[in-house]
Ligand binder design. Structure first.
Ligand code: AMP
Length: 194
């Protein structure tokens, strides 16, 4: 792995734990010599991630839609800032430029990015690991629901297991470094097996 993408809130959230986790994770990414890829903004946890990686001597690549430049405020101190024309282009470039993806607390945008990359992995369009960093139990309800998607026959257990779920930045990166993508089909039963 050379580059790790972090998906995270453009807000801070209501607990100091979130900023602490964003900072610890980004420092760890930089200290392992990985580039940090992220949404390019200077707001909320996004800005905290970029600042922590830069302060630790890391390289940070931001990818920001032009239309969001004012609202999310582009970070001016990045190693590289790519301005793109749409959210789709942003997500595609994030996937192309990254070797793995970690979602930390965030809102709908963070979850959209996490699900897009994970579903592409289930389809076999890439073999890159996805991780969910469950800080202060923020994702407990989502993790429980993900279990239900497998129990109810909509997601394979092996595809559920693709999502590395952990609370600790070092363990997440260790697990990503030894990740092997599953090779099973997304579809659990064919029409003839209904
Ligand atoms: P949020 O988690 O909602 O604070 O958003 C985190 C990041 O996701 C921000 O950079 C948003 O611009 C981005 N985002 C919001 N909506 C979408 C979307 N539909 N697709 C991709 N990224 C999004």
């Amino acid at each position: 792995m050379k580059s790790i993408c972090v998906f995270c809130g453009s807000n801070w959230g209501n607990r100091d734990d979130y900023k602490k986790a964003a900072t610890e994770l980004s420092r760890e990414i930089a200290s392992r010599g990985y580039k940090l890829v992220y949404g390019g903004a200077n707001v909320g946890l996004m800005g905290a991630c970029a600042d922590a990686a830069l302060e630790a001597g890391g390289e940070v690549i931001g990818i920001l839609p032009r239309a969001l430049q004012d609202k999310e405020v582009g970070h001016t101190g990045l190693t590289e800032l790519h301005l793109v024309d749409s959210m789709h282009e942003r997500k595609n470039l994030m996937v192309d430029l990254s070797d793995g993806f970690i979602s930390i607390p965030g809102g709908a945008g963070t979850m959209d990015e996490m699900f897009e990359v994970w579903t592409q992995g289930m389809l076999g369009w890439h073999e890159k690991p996805s991780a969910l960093m469950n800080v202060a139990g923020y994702y407990d309800d989502l993790i429980a629901f993900l279990g239900k998607t497998a129990k109810e026959g909509f997601v394979r257990n092996s595809h559920l297991d693709m999502m590395i779920i952990d609370t600790d930045a070092k363990r997440i990166l260790d697990r990503m470094e030894s990740y092997q993508a599953p090779t099973v089909s997304k579809w659990i039963k064919k029409d003839s097996e209904r």
